[in-house]
Design a protein around this ligand. Structure first.
Ligand code: A4P
Ligand code: MG
Length: 185
């Protein structure tokens, strides 16, 4: 019998960080709905949630701006079980996967960090392979986890210093509470 590629002790909870992005169908509301869905996952507790940031899409031109945030949870779901749960949340909020890479989407949930695990298989790469290039991931991650290190890559502070965060626009709390600006999009 072949041993499973990843073995995580799920008798105790692991600290996990999840990147959240949306640029369709009232993105602020989508991000807030995803936060609530994460809090409702079995064997899971929501520990923190970053401010929301509006920023231009990385990918094909002409698509709406994204709203991005990062959630911290603790969970006893194993990494692949959690990936299944994240994809179910995406589907529940109406995400349809097409063939165009980085096309606009209602909701994208990326598993950024799972404790200190490093995972690389056909379904899952952790740490998320592009997180170190992306201010829209690093800034909200730093907001809620100022001392965080990314396994194999170093501190989030140093990673963020190496990219430009000029295009990030923090969404004020009132707007984030209500999704008000979405109405104008
Ligand atoms: N997968 C592997 N590792 C992971 C992981 N750590 N977390 C696999 C989540 N999924 C992971 O993902 C494709 C496959 O990646 C999954 O089936 C899973 O098995 P997907 O969500 O179906 O498609 P995707 O998100 O379009 O793919 P990709 O290439 O991973 O895109 P990214 O890197 O997630 O980028 N611009 C802004 N401003 N803000 C954004 O949030 N997001 C993207 C998507 C592009 N541009 C953006 C943003
Ligand atoms: Mg993704």
């Amino acid at each position: 019998m072949t041993a499973p590629a990843v073995q995580v002790d799920t008798t105790s909870a692991s600290a996990v960080h999840i990147g959240i992005g949306s640029n369709l169908e009232r993105p602020v509301q989508q991000v807030l709905q995803a936060r609530d869905a994460l809090a409702d996952l079995p064997k899971t507790r929501l520990l923190g949630f970053s401010p929301l940031y509006r920023n231009p899409a990385v990918g094909p031109h002409g698509q709406p701006d994204y709203v991005n945030a990062v959630a911290a949870i603790e969970t006893r779901l194993a990494p692949h079980e959690l990936l299944d749960a994240l994809q179910a949340i995406e589907a529940n909020q109406g995400r349809v996967r097409g063939s165009v890479r980085w096309a606009p989407r209602i909701l994208d949930l990326d598993l950024l960090l799972y404790g200190n695990c490093e995972i690389s298989d056909e379904r899952l790469t952790i740490p998320h392979p592009r997180m170190q290039q992306r201010a829209f991931v690093l800034k909200p991650l730093l907001d809620i986890a100022p001392d965080m290190d990314v396994p194999g890559l170093g501190s989030v502070t140093a990673l963020l210093a190496a990219v430009s965060e000029a295009s990030l626009q923090r969404i004020d709390e009132d707007e984030a509470m209500t999704g008000r600006r979405d109405d104008a999009l």
